[in-house]
Design a protein around this ligand. Structure first.
Ligand SMILES: Cc1cc2nc3c(=O)[nH]c(=O)nc-3n(C[C@H](O)[C@H](O)[C@H](O)COP(=O)(O)OP(=O)(O)OC[C@H]3O[C@@H](n4cnc5c(N)ncnc54)[C@H](O)[C@@H]3O)c2cc1C
Length: 522
């Protein structure tokens, strides 16, 4: 795959900022306050400023002092969003949004070294060359570090001149009129000067998965929110590497770059600046694998998985990142959906909740940043359609969330329950669930490696263009999957994936590596 150069510093100041699409100036003369400067908060600042608002972003972390995305990766303290130092993939849906609506932002991330990755160019070996179709243009993901994306987005927003970041400012509550519903008119926040108030015509909460929006709303007298939450059932372990000078990526083999062995899921994430990362996601049921947080155990696991081994070869790449914590570990990963409109209408006016604060899904599916930016874009469209009618804006935003984001929340819940069940070695109890399991495990899993139509359906689902039910429920896809299921043992043997490494032997090797301090890769 082509390599782009290392990340560059701030994009040229002469370039127009997202002028490709002009937006109605519905917020001219208005002041907006955004809580949180992560992906959804930056997305909100962009859409609000493009519509004429003066925007203040209150962010609990400090501003970056870095002059480039590369420097930010090693120096920017982002303890408010610790996932920034985990692998991120940016799905086709997000890239399409940038391509269609924010082309200058897409140009800026590409200039910063993001790679456009076309999975159809690297199909499973049995598919050989795939005949291109017009809709394939959507199936492009962006490979870059999350810090790179965030840093570039920030630079682009600063260039608008209408957005001000207030660092080290932690929001602790809302300011609202005591009406029913409350009308939110500002926030209370704490910084080094003590507690202060920042007023605005509209307030956006984009403070991420730890958002306290429900309790803030309760404190100003709003009706309770509708919320559902489930654990994702996995822990994430990530290590970053940089390819050595002159090295080129290992040639594709029959071993996929991402796979699920039930007791571990792994993936390789190509990124900007000749960097890539490896993530191991382990079901909570396997407490023994907590050792993966230590580099020797992580390296031992990587060495046991054939697809990962050449990537982590010391002659090919060197580990980079936090020397004190070379492996980043993250638990507490949830799926959650919150609604801020009930059958009586919005729970509060002039208050909008975006990104993980509203819809949070298991990072394994790589949907969070796409969801966050789409959600901010939906807010922009709701403002365009309903201008000053704040209740109508809230209802329109809620409708888009229910239609376009909630299906992915439901898909994540079902996939995670299934993964937990498989990890614990339990069979589904209901007949319908057993049939569904057979369809996916014996049918889809094989057909997507042997049939271009099913492979495309899988990619469209993965990239958030279709939910799993729609992608795999289409009659033509079902027919191909059933055909594969009807094939004899020799067909299945021919196209099946190699057996995973022995589970117990791999666990023991990881534990032994830790005890002996063995370092396979560094
Ligand atoms: C391990 C892991 C891996 C992931 N991998 C992927 C992936 O591959 N692809 C993908 O698309 N998504 C991925 N995600 C999900 C993605 O990171 C999130 O969905 C995304 O960051 C959500 O953006 P956000 O702006 O809503 O929240 P965040 O990015 O978390 O930003 C919230 C911001 O609010 C600030 N903040 C919090 N509280 C306050 C407060 N009270 N006052 C002021 N500021 C506050 C925080 O400091 C932070 O900057 C992953 C997540 C995890 C945990």
């Amino acid at each position: 795959m082509p390599q782009r150069g290392a990340a560059v510093s701030a994009p040229s100041l002469n370039r127009p900022v997202n002028k490709a699409r002009s937006r109605p100036q519905t917020l001219a003369g208005r002041h907006a306050v955004v809580i949180g400067g992560g992906i959804a908060g930056l997305g909100a600042a962009l859409v609000l400023a493009q519509r004429g608002a003066e925007v203040t972003v209150l962010e609990r972390d400090d501003d970056p002092t870095a002059r480039s995305a590369e420097e930010a990766f090693s120096s920017w303290d982002r303890s408010g969003a610790p996932q920034v130092r985990h692998s991120h993939v940016f799905l086709g849906r997000l890239r399409k949004l940038l391509h269609d609506e924010y082309p200058d932002l897409l140009a800026a991330v590409l200039a910063a070294g993001a790679r456009e990755l076309r999975p159809l160019d690297r199909p499973p070996p049995a598919l050989a060359k795939i005949e291109p179709q017009p809709e394939d243009a959507d199936l492009v993901t962006l490979g870059m570090r999350r810090i790179t994306f965030e840093w570039v987005l920030r630079q682009e927003i600063l260039r608008l001149g209408a957005v001000r970041f207030v660092p080290k400012a932690t929001v602790v509550g809302l300011v609202a009129s005591p009406s029913a519903p409350p009308v939110v008119a500002g926030v209370r926040f704490r910084n080094e000067q003590g507690e202060q108030i920042r007023r605005g015509h509209l307030i956006v909460d984009a403070s991420g998965r730890r958002s306290l929006a429900p309790s803030w709303l309760k404190a100003v007298g709003a009706r309770p929110i509708h919320e559902k939450q489930e654990s994702s059932g996995v822990v994430y372990y990530t290590r970053f590497y940089r390819m050595r000078p002159g090295a080129s990526e290992p040639a594709p083999t029959a071993d996929p770059l991402a796979a699920d062995f039930n007791w571990v899921k792994y993936a390789i994430f190509p990124a900007d600046g000749r960097v890539f990362s490896i993530t191991l996601a382990v079901p909570l049921a396997f407490q023994r694998l907590k050792v993966l947080a230590q580099a020797p155990a992580f390296d031992a696991m990587v060495d046991c998985i054939p697809a990962l081994r050449p990537w982590a070869d010391a002659d090919f790449a060197e580990p980079i990142g936090d020397r004190a914590r070379p492996v980043q570990a993250m638990g507490g990963l949830i799926n959650r959906a919150r609604r801020f409109v009930d059958d009586r209408g919005p729970l509060a006016l002039r208050f909008f909740v975006l990104g993980d604060a509203a819809y949070c899904t298991n990072p394994l599916y790589g949907r969070g940043c796409s969801q966050g930016l789409l959600h901010a874009h939906f807010l922009g469209e709701a403002l365009d359609a309903h201008a000053d009618d704040w209740a109508a804006v809230a209802v329109a935003l809620d409708r888009r969330g229910r239609d376009e984001l909630e299906p992915y929340y439901r898909a994540s819940i079902l996939a995670d329950r299934d993964a937990v069940r498989r990890a614990e070695g339990r069979a589904p109890r209901k007949l319908v669930d057993r049939m569904q399991q057979r369809f996916f495990e014996d049918g889809v899993a094989l057909a997507m490696r042997t049939d271009p139509l099913v492979f495309r359906a899988f990619l469209r689902m993965l990239n958030m263009f279709e939910t799993p039910e729609r992608a795999f429920g289409r009659p033509d896809v079902v027919a191909r999957v059933l055909w594969v299921m009807a094939q004899g043992e020799s067909y299945k043997q021919k196209y099946r994936l190699a057996d995973p490494p022995d589970r117990e032997a791999t666990f023991s090797r990881c534990e032994a590596a830790l005890c002996s301090g063995e370092t396979v890769l560094t």
